[in-house]
Ligand binder design. Structure first.
Ligand SMILES: Cc1cc2nc3c(=O)[nH]c(=O)nc-3n(C[C@H](O)[C@H](O)[C@H](O)COP(=O)(O)O)c2cc1C
Length: 180
């Protein structure tokens, strides 16, 4: 089926090689943040705060906080980051989550990350979701209250990578009709 959306989903991939000489335009970051803002959430709770990091000094500090034990060393090439901070859910989402034993804010922030990476792809940018980083250090450098959790950081920049085929399990093994 012809579709811009499916083509976009196919195009998105985690980018770990950026053109460090090419800045990301602020208007693009604004539109990507807007795509995050429009993400759905349980009871429309919107339990997130998004921080766009663009200042050169902070980019260097972020790259240091993201890299350790051989992970994420490439992050020093990224030209922007969006930091996804988990906020308190509203009362209805909290109560619903308590009754149903589900942590809705984690799910909600995951959806935000997905909107962000797809929007970045639409903007012609490479992106990567990062879950491995020194959370305390990120909080300190961005003045994030100690009580908050930083769930993910999304790196952004112009990609040097070729498109890869997605390494995924077969559809039959992950999806079914009408029963497990
Ligand atoms: C919650 C989450 C955390 C991730 N953390 C990292 C990370 O710290 N470093 C990294 O290089 N990739 C990270 N990734 C990217 C995954 O490795 C990647 O999405 C997966 O291998 C599929 O590849 P693709 O995104 O290119 O399709 C993370 C992805 C998610 C969703």
């Amino acid at each position: 089926m012809e579709s811009d959306f499916y083509a976009l989903v196919e195009k998105r991939q985690s980018c770990r090689d950026y053109d460090a000489t090419r800045e990301v335009e602020e208007a693009k970051i604004q539109r990507i943040l807007e795509a995050g803002r429009l993400a759905p959430s349980a009871c429309n709770s919107q339990p997130w705060h998004l921080i766009a990091v663009t200042q050169p000094q902070l980019l260097n500090e972020m790259a240091d906080a993201l890299a350790s034990m051989g992970m994420n060393r490439w992050a020093s090439q990224a030209r922007a980051f969006i930091v996804i901070v988990q906020e308190q859910p509203n009362f209805t989402a909290w109560l619903g989550g308590w009754i149903k034993n589900k942590h809705f804010p984690l799910i909600d922030c995951g959806i935000v990350a997905s909107h962000i990476t797809l929007a970045a792809t639409q903007e012609g940018l490479g992106s990567c979701i990062l879950g491995w980083f020194d959370e305390k250090r990120v909080k300190r450098m961005l003045a994030i209250p100690r009580s908050r959790r930083v769930l993910m950081v999304v790196s952004l920049g112009y990609s040097n990578e070729e498109h890869r085929t997605h390494n995924r399990r077969d559809i039959e093994s992950i999806a079914s009709f009408n029963r497990y």
